[in-house]
Design a protein around this ligand. Structure first.
Ligand SMILES: [Zn+2]
Length: 490
């Protein structure tokens, strides 16, 4: 078989100020043709899985266009149109193929389109016509709509958060194509939406872990292809946001409906278990100090760049400085200006910084302080987390500063921390520290859970807050749990 692959992936936080342009994608991931294969071969990513599966099955893979940006503000319409047209043009240039795999997200929003994935899938469907097998991989944070089901043959969402199974979904997508093409499988999908939003919730722990187990139990049946619990992406002010369950059977729509409704009703019945406990930094420091072990990893979820946080928020770092924490490191905060200042000064020099707090007022004021330049790097390393292992990471020039005794790493590029490689790069062994602070919601767990004595989330104000009542929704369909009382379903 000859398989075309491509996609556009973005998790849009509509509460972020500004717009995401092409530069946001070019900075993170932008590849055309063979470059997609060169960047992803051997990587634990969707594309890595697609490449390996095609190799194993003897399929010819035709890479087209793939772009992905770190989660951020609404995509500028001209940027989206440019990327979507590029994808379509590349698919057209690919000539005759026997199947298409798209790697999309599910929570992409551009001006005038609340669901870019449905839009792209429809354009690809219109291009190839009804007979072409089209399979799509999605993120579990997708706010999934019926239109996507109508124009794709099969959708495969990651089941795990941290997303350590994106590679497996890529493999699964490729394996499905010949079965659809030969008629061996006729996927029947059913999607059930719940009037419910989740703050980001790891599947490492209950209750999300239990829901996955229920899905996997269904998948053991021969005619059940897939069952995915989509968490949705809450910081998106579009009408339909939230949890959905997608079930897929072989040619049994009634059974797909039954599975998806059955799993959805379990989630609904257990919804109160998803309500997060909110703890400010001082409470978290006390909890950590009462605990003998180390390191205690403290994650500032509200400024997770992986959910649209600016990555330069100062609430947690300021609280650490004010609490006079020692034996503490912070990795990392996004501030290109401070990186330049540190590199210009050189190692061993004390500089006066205005660190972070420059992008979104909600995330706090800059920290004005003397800072000792401890080390300087190029920001390059190979990701070791089970999520995306093998990926070449380039965070631009970086600096390790010491502020009030705390080791603080500063980056040029905005992204979340996934493993301790960035600390190692700067000469920090996190297992020697009591407090290890990072900006991430849950993806860091894949890299840090094996070495952390304990993980505690510190809640600060921010664009990726776990407290959904802090978002000023205007377009969202109400009522919805947990914002409103007395929400009923079905
Ligand atoms: Zn996700």
């Amino acid at each position: 078989m000859r398989i075309a692959m491509g996609g556009i992936s973005h998790e849009t936080n509509t509460f972020c100020s500004g717009k995401t342009g092409l530069d946001g994608f070019q900075e993170r991931e932008w590849a055309e043709g063979q470059e997609i294969i060169e960047k992803n071969r051997g990587v634990r990513s969707y594309q890595g899985g697609i490449i390996d599966a095609c190799d194993r099955l003897g399929f010819e893979l035709v890479p087209t266009f793939y772009a992905s940006a770190t989660p951020s503000a609404i995509i500028a319409r001209d940027a989206f149109d440019e990327m979507e047209n590029r994808l379509l043009t590349r698919l057209e240039e690919a000539g005759e193929v026997d199947g298409v795999v798209l790697t999309l997200h599910g929570a992409g929003v551009t001006e005038g389109i609340d669901d870019i994935e449905s839009h792209t899938i429809k354009r690809v469907r219109d291009h190839y016509g009804p007979e072409m097998p089209i399979v799509v991989t999605l993120d579990l944070h997708g706010n999934i709509f019926q239109d996507s089901l109508d124009n794709a043959d099969a959708l495969f969402g990651v089941n795990l958060y941290p997303h350590t199974d994106s590679y497996d979904r890529g493999v699964e997508a490729v394996e499905m194509l010949p079965k659809i093409a030969s008629g061996e499988v006729k996927p029947a999908m059913h999607l059930t939406h719940l009037p419910m939003m989740l703050p980001s919730t790891t599947t490492d722990l209950s209750p999300a872990k239990d829901i996955n187990e229920i899905c996997w139990e269904w998948e053991k049946q021969d005619d059940v292809i897939d069952c995915t619990f989509f968490h949705g992406f809450a910081p998106a002010d579009i009408p339909r946001v939230g949890v959905s369950v997608l079930a897929m059977t072989n040619n049994d729509p009634e059974k797909a409906k039954k599975i998806s409704e059955d799993v959805a009703s379990t989630i609904w019945d257990r919804r109160e278990e998803f309500r997060p406990e909110i703890n400010p930094p001082d409470t978290v420091f006390r909890m950590a100090m009462e605990d003998d072990g180390r390191p205690v990893v403290i994650n500032e979820k509200a400024d997770n760049p992986g959910g649209g946080g600016p990555g330069d928020g100062t609430h947690l770092l300021r609280a650490m400085i004010e609490a006079n924490l020692q034996d503490a490191c912070f990795g990392f905060i996004h501030d290109p200006e401070t990186v330049v200042q540190a590199h210009d000064a050189g190692v061993g020099v004390t500089i006066n910084v205005r660190l972070g707090g420059k992008k979104e007022p909600l995330h706090g004021e800059p920290i004005e302080s003397g800072a000792y330049v401890k080390s300087l790097t190029d920001g390059r390393f190979i990701q070791q987390s089970p999520m995306g292992r093998g990926r070449r990471v380039d965070l631009g020039r970086m600096a390790r500063l010491v502020i009030n005794g705390i080791d603080v790493i500063v980056s040029t590029i905005r992204t979340q921390t996934l493993d301790d490689e960035v600390f190692r790069l700067h000469g920090i062994d996190v297992t020697r520290y009591k407090f290890v602070a990072i900006k991430s919601s849950n993806h860091f767990r894949a890299g840090f859970a094996p070495i952390a004595h304990r993980i505690i989330r510190a809640d600060t104000p921010g664009l990726v807050s776990a407290d959904l009542s802090t978002f000023n929704y205007k377009r969202l369909e109400r009522p919805i749990w947990p914002l409103d009382d007395g929400v009923s379903w079905p």
